[in-house]
Design a protein around this ligand. Structure first.
Ligand SMILES: NC(=O)c1ccc[n+]([C@@H]2O[C@H](COP(=O)([O-])OP(=O)(O)OC[C@H]3O[C@@H](n4cnc5c(N)ncnc54)[C@H](OP(=O)(O)O)[C@@H]3O)[C@@H](O)[C@H]2O)c1
Length: 320
């Protein structure tokens, strides 16, 4: 394995942090884009080289992409409050701007890029009648949920790939659980007796741990399967009712049985967020395992959730 110089946008996020750990552990040189000094200090402590900058605006940070051999975009614009359909479209526009600033920096660079890793979701794919998606699933021409963001970025990246050879690899990820983001929020609401499922408890939810997403990305960077796309989910698609029951049992809390229709959830969390929660989809991960030999540390949420519940109950001093 040849050590790479890798630029990571979104280094402080749910995916970003385990990714930085794993890349550094593998001996790669990591440049981590951060927006403030405390994030820069964190990145230094994790063994990465911080680069100060904002993806929304061109600036000196772009010079740090020039000699990178891989670029990973793990950024997400912030979503204060409810994620309505209109807000999701606005976020998509912001992410397009982020993407264009990254692409401009790459085009002005001087080292040949080995891979550009784009992280998107399953909302972009149309499930079959069995609700499975895989890499052969058609792209949804009527975006819903978080797919409203990805559907705006996709054409920009595909145009760059076709017109000047951007070495694009797309990862379609399930719902990523980890120590920040929606997962601890679920735990808090279950603990307080304020949790409601969105839609039918029998709906499928496609889960994957943030640690395993990091494994998948590292495999892509090291093997450069340019032009390929991969579904990144664990081995054990879950029904939302059974998942929520497992979380409650882990917390020793009463099992929530309340479920609300999509439109009611939309009033609380916003239409786009509710659509993703109620998507009723499961994924197949056969391609990434066969082609890139990715071995999941947590093949099922039953393996991945318990350590996170322990961390939730007794956060370490460095936890967010
Ligand atoms: N979470 C999921 O379940 C899920 C599922 C499928 C796909 N994805 C995709 O995976 C990627 C990572 O998601 P995530 O959940 O890890 O995101 P996240 O936890 O919300 O982290 C977002 C990251 O983007 C950074 N960022 C935001 N605005 C920025 C800006 N203007 N300039 C520079 N950095 C900026 C944040 O930095 P600060 O710390 O400075 O705010 C943070 O590091 C996203 O593209 C998302 O669409 C996520």
């Amino acid at each position: 394995m040849v050590p790479e110089t890798i630029f990571v946008a979104g280094a402080t996020g749910l995916v970003g942090k385990p990714l930085i750990h794993r890349l550094v552990d593998r001996g790669h040189h990591v440049r981590a884009l951060v927006r403030n000094d405390s994030s820069a200090t964190l990145m230094l402590s994790m063994g990465a080289e911080p680069v100060l900058g904002d993806l929304a605006a061109p600036g000196p940070w772009q010079d740090h992409l020039g000699d990178c051999t891989s670029v990973i975009d793990a950024s997400q614009a912030r979503t204060p409050g409810r994620l309505t359909a209109r807000r999701a479209i606005r976020l998509g526009r912001q992410r397009v701007q982020f993407t264009q600033n990254l692409l401009e920096a790459i085009r002005n660079g001087h080292a040949p890029l080995g891979s550009y890793v784009w992280l998107t979701g399953l909302d972009e794919l149309v499930p079959g009648p069995d609700r499975f998606v895989d890499e052969t699933s058609p792209i949804n021409v009527r975006p819903h949920g978080f797919g409203r963001i990805g559907s705006q970025i996709r054409p920009v990246l595909e145009a760059a790939s076709h017109s000047w050879g951007l070495p694009l690899v797309a990862l379609h990820m399930g719902l990523i659980y980890g120590s920040v983001g929606w997962f601890p929020d679920y735990l808090r609401r279950i603990e307080r007796g304020r949790f409601a499922m969105v839609g039918d408890p029998q709906n499928w939810i496609p889960l994957v741990s943030a640690e395993d997403v990091a494994r998948a990305i590292v495999a892509v960077v090291e093997q450069r399967p340019v032009g390929r796309r991969y579904v990144v989910v664990d081995d054990a698609p879950a029904r939302q009712g059974e998942f929520v029951q497992f979380l409650a049992e882990q917390l020793h809390a009463p099992v929530p049985h309340r479920h609300v229709p999509l439109w009611v959830a939309g009033l609380v969390v916003g239409r786009a967020a509710a659509e993703t929660a109620a998507a009723n989809v499961r994924g197949r991960n056969a391609r990434i395992k066969a082609e890139l030999d990715v071995a999941f540390q947590f093949p099922s949420y039953r393996d991945g959730v318990p350590p996170l519940v322990t961390e939730y109950r007794s956060p370490s001093p460095t936890s967010p």
